[in-house]
Design a protein around this ligand. Structure first.
Ligand SMILES: [Zn+2]
Ligand SMILES: [Zn+2]
Length: 785
């Protein structure tokens, strides 16, 4: 039954009586698509006239799909041949073929045409049988014509060892043979061998033709060696194939793989003739090299030439839309695709549409497209899984991932990275661990991007030891994996370890990039390592020749401010060669709140309010500072300002995971099924905290209500609901892990510290900025956050 799978409907070998072989797509005036039996059978079913001409213009020797099962199989001289019934022309159906067996041995011409058709359909198994037949048949042995075709057959099927063996035995090698071999190596991942063979061809005195260069250029592009590529380009010009549109297109593709879009443009401008592929290569080249705007302008130019976009054009333009969040144009293309019924022709289009809608945060439209995909492949699932993850709906992302596995679709590294990204958004530690074991089981462990995503997920789920283990076990550590580890130590306030990893990375010969500097500076800032951070900042330009960017300046402001060097931070902002951002002033403001410098806080707040009048966080920060200084009139002024501007604090929510299920709590949430138990627990906690002398700090409550109501409002904070839920549902000694979407407020911070002592529980809380490890009544952040 093996063949039933290999050949879904039929195998066709074609021979034209008058003009030789017409098994190739060109002769049938088909688009240049990889030709296979399925495509041909579809064509036969859909196109009566082609089927008709097929039957009438040549004898079709069609190998039966049941070839191997045929009783004559062993007797190789009697190849069973399936003949096309003339009736086919009127009633096209695979069942209407009649079977005939040819008992005579094949002639050289018959054998050649069979080989040609098997080459076109890449029917390796049947070809091998035919090869055996050729060996057993005296008349077919030592025949240069057939051996050439045989080598080409193996090369086309990607069996380069067999192809090379036959190739070596052929004395008179023609250009077709050289081309087949060069193409075989180029298309099967042996670019270097392909180029070596091309050189050999030249030294044998065989002139390359316009079928040689496309594959030599492909090999150059895949190898990424610009020098060789340029040399081959020169040879193309010398041999006079520059004007060949097919060769020209391959030149475009090669330079685009090199990322040399200026060269691509030059070649394109010099092309005498351009076809749709030329335009498409330009569009996809610009998209691939991060210049989507250019892709749009090429698309516009193409429209003016009167060429009609095909699926490849649309795919390129959709990618450009995705990069530029160009929703309107994307929707227009979607409409065009639907009107022209293109979704049935090209399954990649729907995936690109899903990706577009996800990037534009239109998850409803993305979901609708996803529903319409009849055959959902890994790419369709990936688009949606990562779409939800990127649009901050991590729960839906994880749910989809489970559904994907249930549906029997195999995730790839892209899926796993997206899922781990979702896990770290909501601190789903158990889920991350399950994904980790899945990664090991499925053999993705050696993939450095997946490993890096795991490091990230574990550190953001508060389990740094696991991050370190994954990091240590990685065979190939890239810049990104080193940076992930630095950042992991950083957000947990372990600055020394972060610095040591950073220095280790440099010692290991990996040059840090801008991002790596940002992570290590952030780590210094979280740990209060002022001098180390300043050293790194000053070494950026001097030692590593990296131009400091906005992010680095921000980090330094944060570092100085957080450590209490407020005046230094202020002077630094004033002396900066770039314009300070509202975020920098906001971080100075926040530092002023920590270190209670009202004057500088007011100045910074003024700047933030000017630059980002809608950012409610800074108003809260200033009001908290006034409250801590008991300047109630000023508190009221800020609150009035907030009311007047109609600003609202974004709703806070917290996550906690229990038995691989993630529970989400909103502020004052009454929707959880255990709500009664949770609120009872909170009441009990509040009583016990009062007994040990806790006085609630209501300064973070922005509303103008009675003190008692304010206290009650604090007990509604989402992290407390999550802590109560975890206390109820987990045994003594279990670490409680919470993730909060906002900064934890001062009172929740104190309460968490007290609960950790009272209930003898370690609480690991991740807020929007960093981790707090509450244990025995103290927090790892040292109360500066
Ligand atoms: Zn709170
Ligand atoms: Zn803390």
């Amino acid at each position: 039954m093996k063949y039933a799978n290999d050949c879904p409907q039929l195998q066709i070998a074609t021979k034209n009586k008058t003009s030789g072989l017409i098994g190739d797509a060109k002769a049938l005036k088909l688009p240049q698509i990889p030709f296979n039996s399925l495509a041909l059978s579809r064509l036969l079913q859909s196109n009566f006239s082609t089927a008709h001409s097929l039957t009438h213009t040549f004898m079709n020797a069609i190998l039966s799909p049941n070839f191997l099962k045929h009783p004559n199989t062993n007797h190789l001289n009697k190849l069973p041949i399936l003949l096309l019934s003339p009736r086919y022309a009127t009633t096209p159906s695979a069942t209407q073929f009649t079977y005939t067996t040819i008992n005579q041995p094949l002639t050289s011409i018959q054998c050649g045409s069979l080989l040609q058709s098997l080459t076109n359909t890449k029917s390796l198994k049947i070809g091998q049988k035919l090869h055996a037949h050729m060996i057993s048949c005296n008349t077919l042995r030592n025949n240069t014509y057939l051996d050439t075709k045989l080598a080409a057959f193996y090369a086309n099927c990607g069996r380069m060892i067999e192809a090379q063996l036959i190739f070596d035995q052929i004395v008179l090698k023609n250009v077709f043979l050289w081309n087949s071999m060069i193409r075989g190596y180029a298309c099967n991942g042996h670019s270097m061998k392909s180029l070596v063979l091309y050189r050999e061809m030249m030294s044998f005195g065989q002139k390359p033709d316009n079928f040689t260069y496309p594959f030599v250029l492909k090999a150059c592009g895949d190898l990424g060696v610009v020098e060789i590529g340029r040399r081959v380009h020169c040879e193309v010009v010398v041999c006079g194939f520059e004007a060949d549109v097919y060769v020209g297109n391959c030149l475009l593709a090669m330079y685009s793989k090199f990322g040399k879009m200026d060269m691509v443009k030059m070649v394109f401008d010099r092309m005498l003739e351009r076809d749709l592929t030329s335009w498409n290569t330009m569009i996809s080249g610009y998209v691939r090299n991060g210049e989507p705007e250019e892709a749009f302008s090429i698309y516009e130019m193409m429209g003016r030439t009167g060429l009609v976009a095909d699926c490849a054009t649309l795919l390129g333009i959709l990618s450009a839309c995705t990069d530029l969040f160009a929703l309107e144009l994307g929707k227009a293309i979607h409409g065009y695709v639907v009107r022209n019924n293109l979704l049935r022709i090209n399954c990649f289009l729907i995936n690109s549409l899903i990706e577009l809608y996800c990037s534009c945060n239109c998850m409803v439209a993305a979901r609708q497209c996803f529903k319409e995909v009849t055959w959902k492949d890994t790419v369709s699932w990936n688009s949606l899984v990562s779409g939800y993850s990127k649009n901050a709906d991590a729960l839906e992302s994880l749910r989809l991932f489970c559904q994907m596995i249930l549906d029997g679709v195999d995730p790839d590294q892209v899926t796993l990275m997206a899922v781990l990204g979702a896990c770290d958004q909501i601190t789903a530690l158990q889920f991350s661990m399950s994904v980790h074991s899945y990664i090991i089981k499925k053999g993705f462990r050696s993939h450095s991007m997946v490993g890096t995503a795991l490091i990230d997920a574990y550190s953001k789920c508060g389990y740094l030891a696991c991050s370190r283990q994954v990091f240590d076990e990685m065979t190939e550590k890239t810049l990104v994996s080193w940076s992930a580890m630095v950042s992991g130590y950083g957000i947990h306030g372990m600055g020394r370890e972060a610095l040591s990893i950073f220095h280790n990375m440099v010692v290991n010969g990996i040059a840090p990039d801008e991002g790596a500097f940002t992570t290590v500076l952030t780590a210094c800032s979280h740990a209060g390592l002022v001098n180390e951070g300043k050293d790194i900042f000053h070494s950026l330009k001097k030692r590593y020749n990296v131009q400091p960017r906005l992010a680095h300046f921000s980090c330094l402001v944060d570092l100085l401010g957080r450590a209490g060097n407020l005046d230094e931070a202020y002077d630094f902002i004033k002396a900066m060669e770039i314009r300070p951002t509202s975020d920098m002033w906001a971080s100075l403001l926040s530092a002023c709140r920590l270190h209670k410098n009202v004057e500088l806080a007011e100045l910074s707040a003024q700047r933030v309010f000017e630059m980002n009048p809608k950012g409610v966080g800074s108003y809260i920060c200033l009001s908290n500072l006034y409250a801590s200084e008991k300047r109630w009139d000023d508190v009221e002024k800020v609150r009035a300002l907030v009311r007047q501007k109609g600003l609202r604090k974004p709703p806070g929510f917290s996550f906690t995971e229990l038995g691989k299920v993630v529970h989400r709590f909103l502020v004052g949430d009454k929707s959880h099924e255990q709500k009664d138990a949770i609120y009872a627990k909170l009441n009990e906690l509040s009583q016990r905290l009062k007994e040990v002398g806790h006085k609630p700090d209501t300064s973070s409550v922005l509303y103008d209500v009675e003190g008692e109501v304010k206290e009650k409002m604090l007990w509604d904070h989402s992290e407390r609901l999550a802590i109560a839920f975890a206390l109820i549902n987990t045994g003594p000694g279990t670490v409680i892990r919470i993730t909060k979407n906002l900064r934890v407020c001062a009172d929740c911070h104190t309460v968490s510290k007290l609960i950790s002592k009272l209930m003898c529980r370690e609480i690991v809380m991740r807020d929007i900025r960093r981790f707090h490890h509450f244990k025995d009544g103290i927090c790892s952040c040292g109360d500066y956050w």
